[in-house]
Design a protein around this ligand. Structure first.
Ligand SMILES: Cc1cc2nc3c(=O)[nH]c(=O)nc-3n(C[C@H](O)[C@H](O)[C@H](O)COP(=O)(O)O)c2cc1C
Length: 220
């Protein structure tokens, strides 16, 4: 499946079958992680067959079942936006090969995750992976005019890019972002105030780029 199609089809999945990730999926995901780490200087890593992190009892929001595989997202401090951007590249890659996922900042047991930090590094977040017992549900969106703006009529490429941005996962589906077309091909993207909104911005920018279908614009 191509990545743009994966973007439109993906929803967060928190309930997984007991089937562990197949060996071929593990290899594909590890190769993609290697490419992303080389390009980004971040340190994503795949943990498999680890049942502890997602077994705690949570309230109904954020409750997981059957999750034993996940990606740990580590990087130098102040790289929240990059963690979002490159992590979402991994999320959509996984979706494209048939692996479901969910970004998880809070509703898991961080203490059960084994990891080491090098000097200056921060543990940001995890991404649960697995084969969903369902494919999740599309989230609700804020009205488009609350999320973006431009002078005059909105160009078609910008509408397409925003259609991509609207599908992006954000913390508690808060959609704390704003895109502004400031010139013919210059886009200003802002994180608004809210938890994890900087990480969300990276996720949403990745979706915006995919939605723009290669239209030549500049981030400003
Ligand atoms: C940065 C971030 C943190 C998140 N943290 C959690 C979490 O702790 N627990 C959870 O169940 N979902 C978490 N989510 C998933 C969001 O609730 C979900 O992406 C959002 O409701 C939109 O749904 P969708 O991903 O299906 O489009 C998080 C998402 C993001 C982007």
């Amino acid at each position: 499946m191509d990545i743009k199609k994966a973007m439109f089809e993906r929803n967060s999945v928190r309930r997984y079958t007991d089937e562990p990730l197949s060996q071929s999926h593990v290899e594909l995901i590890n190769s993609e992680i290697e490419r992303v780490n080389t390009q980004s200087g971040l340190r994503f890593s795949l943990v498999t067959n680890e049942p502890e992190a997602f077994t705690g009892k949570m309230a109904s929001y954020g409750h997981f079942s059957g999750c034993t595989d996940y990606i740990v997202c580590i990087g130098q401090k102040h790289r929240d936006e990059d963690i979002g951007y490159f992590g979402e590249r991994l999320v959509l890659f996984c979706q494209s090969i048939g692996v479901n996922s969910c970004w998880v900042a809070l509703t898991y047991s961080k203490g059960k995750v084994k990891y080491t930090l090098n000097k200056g590094e921060k543990f940001y977040i995890v991404i649960s992976l697995g084969y969903g017992i369902h494919q999740g549900r599309p989230h609700k969106n804020k009205p488009l005019e609350d999320l973006c703006g431009c002078k005059g009529e909105m160009p078609e490429w910008f509408k397409g890019a925003m259609a991509g941005a609207l599908t992006a996962p954000t913390a508690m589906n808060q959609q704390k972002f704003y895109f502004e077309l400031v010139d013919k091909n210059k886009v200003k993207a802002k994180a608004l105030f809210g938890p994890y909104s900087k990480m969300d911005l990276g996720i949403v920018k990745y979706h915006f780029e995919l939605g723009s279908d290669g239209y030549s614009f500049e981030w400003v």
